[in-house]
Design a protein around this ligand. Structure first.
Ligand SMILES: [Zn+2]
Length: 309
Protein backbone atom coordinates (compact mmCIF):
# COMPACT_ATOMS: atom_id res chain seq x y z
CA UNK A 1 0.00 0.00 0.00
CA UNK A 2 3.00 2.21 -0.55
CA UNK A 3 1.28 4.05 -3.38
CA UNK A 4 -1.47 5.15 -0.98
CA UNK A 5 1.01 6.56 1.54
CA UNK A 6 2.78 8.39 -1.25
CA UNK A 7 -0.46 9.90 -2.54
CA UNK A 8 -1.42 11.03 0.96
CA UNK A 9 2.00 12.62 1.46
CA UNK A 10 1.70 14.52 -1.84
CA UNK A 11 -1.77 15.65 -0.77
CA UNK A 12 -0.34 17.00 2.51
CA UNK A 13 2.37 18.85 0.62
CA UNK A 14 -0.18 20.48 -1.71
CA UNK A 15 -2.27 21.47 1.34
CA UNK A 16 0.77 23.13 3.02
CA UNK A 17 1.64 24.90 -0.22
CA UNK A 18 -1.87 26.25 -0.64
CA UNK A 19 -2.14 27.27 3.02
CA UNK A 20 -2.80 31.00 3.32
CA UNK A 21 0.40 32.88 4.06
CA UNK A 22 0.33 36.06 6.17
CA UNK A 23 0.30 39.31 4.18
CA UNK A 24 2.97 42.00 4.59
CA UNK A 25 0.55 44.13 6.60
CA UNK A 26 -0.28 41.19 8.90
CA UNK A 27 3.45 40.61 9.55
CA UNK A 28 3.99 44.32 10.30
CA UNK A 29 1.02 44.47 12.69
CA UNK A 30 1.90 41.25 14.46
CA UNK A 31 3.07 41.17 18.08
CA UNK A 32 6.01 39.07 16.96
CA UNK A 33 9.17 39.86 15.00
CA UNK A 34 11.28 37.09 13.52
CA UNK A 35 15.02 36.86 14.11
CA UNK A 36 17.78 34.23 14.48
CA UNK A 37 16.05 32.03 17.07
CA UNK A 38 12.52 32.38 15.72
CA UNK A 39 9.88 34.89 16.81
CA UNK A 40 10.61 37.52 19.49
CA UNK A 41 7.92 39.55 21.21
CA UNK A 42 7.81 43.04 19.71
CA UNK A 43 7.68 44.62 23.19
CA UNK A 44 10.75 42.62 24.27
CA UNK A 45 12.68 43.83 21.23
CA UNK A 46 11.53 47.41 21.83
CA UNK A 47 12.80 47.29 25.43
CA UNK A 48 16.22 46.37 24.05
CA UNK A 49 16.36 49.30 21.56
CA UNK A 50 15.12 46.98 18.77
CA UNK A 51 18.31 44.93 19.00
CA UNK A 52 18.16 41.12 19.21
CA UNK A 53 19.52 39.81 22.51
CA UNK A 54 20.81 36.61 20.94
CA UNK A 55 22.53 37.66 17.70
CA UNK A 56 22.84 41.43 18.23
CA UNK A 57 21.00 42.22 15.01
CA UNK A 58 20.05 45.90 14.90
CA UNK A 59 16.51 45.80 13.50
CA UNK A 60 15.35 48.67 11.28
CA UNK A 61 13.47 51.41 13.10
CA UNK A 62 11.51 54.47 12.04
CA UNK A 63 12.49 58.11 12.64
CA UNK A 64 10.55 58.60 15.88
CA UNK A 65 11.86 55.34 17.35
CA UNK A 66 15.39 56.49 16.44
CA UNK A 67 14.97 59.93 18.02
CA UNK A 68 13.32 58.43 21.13
CA UNK A 69 16.35 56.17 21.63
CA UNK A 70 19.05 58.76 20.95
CA UNK A 71 17.49 61.95 22.34
CA UNK A 72 14.97 60.62 24.87
CA UNK A 73 11.25 59.95 24.45
CA UNK A 74 9.58 62.99 22.83
CA UNK A 75 12.56 65.10 23.83
CA UNK A 76 12.66 66.79 20.43
CA UNK A 77 10.66 69.15 18.25
CA UNK A 78 9.74 67.97 14.76
CA UNK A 79 10.37 70.67 12.15
CA UNK A 80 7.99 71.13 9.22
CA UNK A 81 10.08 70.76 6.08
CA UNK A 82 8.98 72.08 2.64
CA UNK A 83 7.16 69.58 0.39
CA UNK A 84 7.55 70.25 -3.35
CA UNK A 85 4.77 69.17 -5.77
CA UNK A 86 4.34 65.37 -6.01
CA UNK A 87 5.23 63.35 -9.08
CA UNK A 88 6.80 66.03 -11.34
CA UNK A 89 7.26 63.56 -14.24
CA UNK A 90 3.87 61.81 -14.12
CA UNK A 91 5.59 58.45 -13.51
CA UNK A 92 3.67 55.21 -13.87
CA UNK A 93 4.90 51.61 -13.98
CA UNK A 94 3.00 48.74 -12.35
CA UNK A 95 1.55 51.40 -10.06
CA UNK A 96 1.56 55.19 -10.32
CA UNK A 97 4.14 57.14 -8.30
CA UNK A 98 1.30 59.23 -6.83
CA UNK A 99 -0.28 56.03 -5.43
CA UNK A 100 3.06 54.86 -4.07
CA UNK A 101 3.45 58.20 -2.26
CA UNK A 102 -0.09 57.96 -0.91
CA UNK A 103 0.54 54.45 0.45
CA UNK A 104 3.92 55.41 1.95
CA UNK A 105 2.41 58.43 3.71
CA UNK A 106 -0.42 56.33 5.12
CA UNK A 107 1.99 53.63 6.27
CA UNK A 108 4.60 55.89 7.91
CA UNK A 109 2.59 58.95 8.91
CA UNK A 110 5.31 61.10 7.32
CA UNK A 111 5.11 63.43 4.32
CA UNK A 112 8.50 62.29 3.01
CA UNK A 113 11.19 59.76 4.00
CA UNK A 114 13.23 62.28 6.02
CA UNK A 115 12.28 63.75 9.38
CA UNK A 116 14.15 66.76 10.78
CA UNK A 117 14.11 67.70 14.47
CA UNK A 118 15.69 70.17 16.84
CA UNK A 119 16.81 68.75 20.14
CA UNK A 120 19.53 68.70 22.78
CA UNK A 121 22.17 66.22 23.80
CA UNK A 122 24.39 66.85 26.87
CA UNK A 123 22.86 70.32 26.90
CA UNK A 124 24.19 70.99 23.38
CA UNK A 125 21.53 72.28 20.94
CA UNK A 126 21.52 70.22 17.76
CA UNK A 127 19.59 69.77 14.54
CA UNK A 128 19.13 66.15 13.51
CA UNK A 129 17.58 64.16 10.70
CA UNK A 130 16.68 60.53 10.11
CA UNK A 131 15.36 58.37 7.29
CA UNK A 132 12.44 55.93 7.43
CA UNK A 133 13.18 52.89 5.23
CA UNK A 134 9.48 52.05 5.12
CA UNK A 135 8.89 55.19 3.00
CA UNK A 136 9.65 53.87 -0.54
CA UNK A 137 12.93 52.34 0.67
CA UNK A 138 14.00 55.74 2.08
CA UNK A 139 14.98 56.73 -1.45
CA UNK A 140 15.76 60.40 -2.03
CA UNK A 141 13.55 62.60 -4.18
CA UNK A 142 13.00 66.35 -4.23
CA UNK A 143 11.12 66.34 -0.89
CA UNK A 144 13.88 64.43 0.92
CA UNK A 145 16.54 66.73 -0.61
CA UNK A 146 14.55 69.76 0.53
CA UNK A 147 14.22 68.30 4.03
CA UNK A 148 17.98 67.75 4.35
CA UNK A 149 18.75 71.25 3.03
CA UNK A 150 16.14 72.72 5.39
CA UNK A 151 17.78 70.88 8.29
CA UNK A 152 21.22 72.18 7.33
CA UNK A 153 19.89 75.75 6.97
CA UNK A 154 18.27 75.41 10.40
CA UNK A 155 21.60 74.23 11.82
CA UNK A 156 23.43 77.21 10.26
CA UNK A 157 20.80 79.75 11.42
CA UNK A 158 21.00 78.44 14.98
CA UNK A 159 24.73 77.61 14.90
CA UNK A 160 23.90 73.98 15.74
CA UNK A 161 25.83 70.84 14.83
CA UNK A 162 23.96 68.71 12.27
CA UNK A 163 23.50 64.95 12.76
CA UNK A 164 22.05 62.67 10.11
CA UNK A 165 21.02 59.03 10.57
CA UNK A 166 21.10 57.72 7.03
CA UNK A 167 19.45 54.74 5.41
CA UNK A 168 17.97 54.09 1.99
CA UNK A 169 18.65 52.52 -1.35
CA UNK A 170 19.71 55.66 -3.20
CA UNK A 171 18.10 58.30 -5.39
CA UNK A 172 14.41 57.81 -6.28
CA UNK A 173 14.23 56.95 -9.95
CA UNK A 174 10.56 57.92 -10.22
CA UNK A 175 11.93 61.46 -10.21
CA UNK A 176 14.87 60.76 -12.53
CA UNK A 177 17.26 63.71 -12.88
CA UNK A 178 15.38 65.72 -10.22
CA UNK A 179 16.29 63.00 -7.71
CA UNK A 180 19.90 62.77 -8.92
CA UNK A 181 20.33 66.54 -8.58
CA UNK A 182 19.69 66.13 -4.83
CA UNK A 183 23.19 64.63 -4.56
CA UNK A 184 24.72 67.94 -5.70
CA UNK A 185 22.28 70.13 -3.79
CA UNK A 186 22.84 68.36 -0.47
CA UNK A 187 26.63 68.32 -1.01
CA UNK A 188 26.63 72.09 -1.61
CA UNK A 189 24.53 72.58 1.53
CA UNK A 190 26.99 70.51 3.58
CA UNK A 191 29.83 72.69 2.26
CA UNK A 192 27.98 75.71 3.70
CA UNK A 193 27.77 73.90 7.04
CA UNK A 194 31.53 73.35 6.95
CA UNK A 195 32.19 77.00 5.99
CA UNK A 196 30.36 77.88 9.20
CA UNK A 197 32.64 75.53 11.19
CA UNK A 198 29.68 73.48 12.36
CA UNK A 199 30.19 69.76 12.98
CA UNK A 200 28.38 67.38 10.64
CA UNK A 201 28.06 63.86 12.07
CA UNK A 202 26.70 60.93 10.10
CA UNK A 203 25.44 57.66 11.51
CA UNK A 204 25.09 55.01 8.81
CA UNK A 205 22.29 52.57 9.53
CA UNK A 206 21.12 49.48 7.69
CA UNK A 207 21.01 49.80 4.67
CA UNK A 208 22.78 52.88 3.30
CA UNK A 209 23.44 52.47 -0.40
CA UNK A 210 23.60 53.98 -3.90
CA UNK A 211 23.48 57.75 -4.33
CA UNK A 212 23.09 58.26 -0.58
CA UNK A 213 26.52 56.69 0.03
CA UNK A 214 27.83 58.58 -3.00
CA UNK A 215 26.86 61.95 -1.54
CA UNK A 216 25.85 63.27 1.90
CA UNK A 217 26.31 59.98 3.82
CA UNK A 218 30.06 59.95 3.26
CA UNK A 219 30.73 63.65 3.86
CA UNK A 220 30.50 63.64 7.65
CA UNK A 221 33.32 65.04 9.79
CA UNK A 222 32.86 61.85 11.79
CA UNK A 223 31.19 58.85 10.21
CA UNK A 224 29.94 56.17 12.51
CA UNK A 225 27.72 53.19 11.86
CA UNK A 226 25.59 50.61 13.60
CA UNK A 227 26.97 47.05 13.77
CA UNK A 228 26.17 44.86 10.78
CA UNK A 229 24.71 47.69 8.70
CA UNK A 230 24.94 47.31 4.94
CA UNK A 231 27.00 50.22 3.58
CA UNK A 232 27.44 50.03 -0.17
CA UNK A 233 27.30 51.80 -3.49
CA UNK A 234 26.60 49.05 -6.05
CA UNK A 235 25.27 45.65 -5.00
CA UNK A 236 27.61 42.79 -4.09
CA UNK A 237 26.46 40.55 -6.97
CA UNK A 238 27.01 43.32 -9.54
CA UNK A 239 30.58 43.88 -8.28
CA UNK A 240 31.27 40.14 -8.14
CA UNK A 241 30.13 39.74 -11.75
CA UNK A 242 32.26 42.70 -12.87
CA UNK A 243 35.54 41.87 -11.13
CA UNK A 244 34.96 38.11 -11.51
CA UNK A 245 36.34 37.39 -8.04
CA UNK A 246 34.89 35.86 -4.89
CA UNK A 247 34.23 38.67 -2.39
CA UNK A 248 34.55 38.31 1.42
CA UNK A 249 31.43 37.16 3.31
CA UNK A 250 31.24 40.39 5.32
CA UNK A 251 31.80 42.55 2.22
CA UNK A 252 29.88 45.87 2.51
CA UNK A 253 29.03 45.28 6.17
CA UNK A 254 29.85 48.28 8.39
CA UNK A 255 32.70 46.38 10.15
CA UNK A 256 34.36 45.68 6.77
CA UNK A 257 33.85 49.28 5.59
CA UNK A 258 35.41 50.48 8.87
CA UNK A 259 38.49 48.33 8.19
CA UNK A 260 38.75 49.99 4.75
CA UNK A 261 38.77 53.42 6.41
CA UNK A 262 35.41 54.81 5.32
CA UNK A 263 33.85 54.62 8.79
CA UNK A 264 35.43 55.98 11.99
CA UNK A 265 33.46 54.12 14.64
CA UNK A 266 31.02 51.26 14.96
CA UNK A 267 28.57 52.13 17.70
CA UNK A 268 25.96 49.91 19.35
CA UNK A 269 22.52 51.50 19.26
CA UNK A 270 22.32 51.65 23.05
CA UNK A 271 25.57 53.68 23.12
CA UNK A 272 24.66 56.18 20.37
CA UNK A 273 23.52 58.92 22.73
CA UNK A 274 26.67 58.65 24.85
CA UNK A 275 29.05 58.61 21.87
CA UNK A 276 27.36 61.46 20.01
CA UNK A 277 27.42 63.54 23.19
CA UNK A 278 31.10 62.78 23.76
CA UNK A 279 32.12 63.51 20.17
CA UNK A 280 30.21 66.80 20.11
CA UNK A 281 31.77 67.78 23.43
CA UNK A 282 35.24 67.21 21.95
CA UNK A 283 34.47 69.03 18.70
CA UNK A 284 32.80 71.97 20.43
CA UNK A 285 35.31 71.95 23.31
CA UNK A 286 32.65 71.48 25.98
CA UNK A 287 34.64 69.62 28.57
CA UNK A 288 31.92 68.90 31.09
CA UNK A 289 30.53 66.09 28.99
CA UNK A 290 33.90 64.78 27.83
CA UNK A 291 35.04 64.16 31.39
CA UNK A 292 31.97 62.21 32.35
CA UNK A 293 31.42 60.29 29.12
CA UNK A 294 34.68 59.26 27.52
CA UNK A 295 36.94 58.55 30.44
CA UNK A 296 35.37 55.14 30.89
CA UNK A 297 38.14 53.13 29.34
CA UNK A 298 41.42 54.21 27.89
CA UNK A 299 40.62 52.28 24.68
CA UNK A 300 37.35 54.15 24.24
CA UNK A 301 39.06 57.45 24.91
CA UNK A 302 41.78 56.70 22.35
CA UNK A 303 39.30 55.80 19.59
CA UNK A 304 37.17 58.88 20.17
CA UNK A 305 40.10 61.26 20.20
CA UNK A 306 41.45 59.62 17.03
CA UNK A 307 38.08 59.92 15.32
CA UNK A 308 37.59 63.53 16.35
CA UNK A 309 41.06 64.68 15.27
ZN1 LIG B 1 18.61 37.49 16.41
Amino acid sequence: MNWMKKTLRIGEKIKTFLKKRPTKAEIENSDWVSCCKGPILRTELEDNFWVCNSCGKHHRINCKQRFDIVFGKNNYEILQTPIPPDDPLGWKDTKSYKDRLKDARKKTGQECAVMIVRTKINNIEITAGAFDFAFIGASVGAAEGEAIIYGIQHAIDNQNPFILFTSGGGMRMFESLIALSQMTRTTLAINELKKNNLPYLVCLTDPTAGGITASFAMLGDIAFAEPGALVAFAGKRVIQATVKEELPVDFQKSEYVEKCGFIDLIVQRKDLRKKIGAILSILLKKNFAVNSEINETSEDNKTLTKAAS
